[in-house]
Design a protein around this ligand. Sequence first.
Ligand code: NAD
Ligand code: UDP
Length: 310
Amino acid sequence: MRILITGGAGFLGSHLCDRLIAQEHDVLCLDNFFTGRKKNIEHLLDHPHFELIRHDVIDPFKFEVDRIYNLACPASPPHYQYNPIKTTKTSVMGAINCLGLAKRVKARIFQASTSEVYGDPTVHPQPESYWGNVNPIGYRSCYDEGKRCAETLFFDYHRENGVDIRVGRIFNTYGPRMNPDDGRVVSNFIVQSLRGEDITVYGDGSQTRSFCYVDDLIEGFLRMMEQEKTIGPVNIGNPGEFTMLELAELVLKKVGGKSKIVHQDLPTDDPRQRQPDISLAKKYLEWQPAVRLEQGIEKTIDYFRKECAG
Ligand code: NAD
Ligand code: UDP
């Protein structure tokens, strides 16, 4: 198949490019390099089945493709809050442009949605049937509401125009090719401890997240796209839940060294807890994550050791 991946030079997108190229598909990687890096896809540039297109999803585009994975959007809080209006435009206009293309060329289209659609959840763990608890006017809203509106557009294009959609709600994912400077917690803690700097835990560190290793997540994407049982939304994530203090201690133990844990202010509207209910993924995708946090963190540390040394 011919497959378009928007945001293909980012952390998740580049792993998806690798998997689809390995399956011998033709891959079109579209990216504006806001948070993505050429380095992530450098090894694919000479591959006969790979094409790189520098383009912004908020401007229209047209390609003959069979599948579209829409991943274009900065994902780390510092990056999506850097230019919040652009973040909303990327989610909303990007979705409209991708859906318009899917409609025209009859491509199946996958949306990389997020656990942020649940906001600061009052239901725990979060099933897909939960409508969420989202602040519409806060610092995280550009991302949360942008992604919620994108989901709305996906379902309206499906109902109104018969577009063949798949919506996956991704929970916190980590692994090699995370941008060391993007401010997400796993990369921050590992890079800080490798450099012997203080590990910055925001607030008292009792807030929780559930972390999925990238290889598991990409397998979930592929299964979601190629199954016929549901259009979603389906949660894709690892239900293993950890406090940020537990994560900091795990990273410290694995890296060794002299870093100390220090506490900094908790960002506004930081969700207190987050854990996916993955019953639907198990049922429809016959998928569940296989990599435990400890194993995944070791692989990620190995990656950053090389990254920080080079
Ligand atoms: P990332 O920042 O590494 O990748 C996003 C990619 O999109 C980058 O390559 C960036 O340059 C590109 N991009 C941003 N704005 C664009 C625009 N206007 N036009 C074209 N390209 C643009 O983040 P990621 O972790 O790889 O996330 C990929 C997708 O998955 C995002 O949509 C994100 O919201 C979603 N997601 C990720 C996680 C996670 O934990 N990694 C969790 C939930 C949802
Ligand atoms: N966090 C932290 N220290 C950091 C970066 C993040 O304690 O250096 C916390 C953050 O406050 C949040 C959690 O880790 O509670 C996950 O943050 P991240 O930015 O990775 O993702 P998100 O908040 O979008 O889930």
